[in-house]
Design a protein around this ligand. Sequence first.
Ligand SMILES: [Zn+2]
Ligand SMILES: [Zn+2]
Length: 250
Amino acid sequence: MTWFDQHCHLPAGADSDEVVADAAAAGVSRLLTVGTDLEHSRQAIAVAQRHQSVWATVGVHPHDAHGGLDGIVELLDEPSVVAVGEAGLDFHYDHSPHPAQEEAFRRQIAIAKELKKPLVIHTRSAPEDTLRILREERAKDVGGIIHCFSEDAPFAKAALDLGFVSSFSGIVTFNKAVAVQDAAIQQPADALLIETDAPYLAPMPKRGKRNEPAYVAYTAARIAELRGEDPEALAQASYENAVRIFGIHE
Ligand SMILES: [Zn+2]
Ligand SMILES: [Zn+2]
């Protein structure tokens, strides 16, 4: 089985070597390390340049929206960069004021459209606003991924109508996440992805530990069980969806 963990945050520089090696040993042959601000986007590119199996995104997380987007566009030319983000809205933690989050989100959609790259969307406790902005900014022109899915099946359907597939993290393995599990069951196979969001949110049975890309199989196993599918077929479909969306040619 071969896996693509298309949303993780790898450690910088040489500290990434062990995590990437452990992932490879677990069959995770492709990794996408995600930028969250200028510094972490630069780090992500450096890690992608260091490892054959790693690609990068460049963007500003809603938590960091108050810092603006200076320097971000320039980084998006790098050949290892396959998407803009993570960008979006997080009204749960509210680390940045809402107008700053909205402004950074809208600008990153415009940048993605100009450069014809897909978007990696982070949305938490802001489902209506996220869908409204995707619609208003015509994000469908590039589409992308709702990462670390934490909403419900109607949201997943509305997002898909706007060109955004859903990516499920370890949250789907938590017993209380019934709405997320229902969304994973209903999601069409060609619009379903799996991620770790490592080092955050380790899936059961590793919950509470530092998450690793190598753990992507636990999340996939739970989704396969929920859908009554073979984990291998799910791994293959998720892999192919990621490669297609990010335009990664092997
Ligand atoms: Zn996120
Ligand atoms: Zn993330």
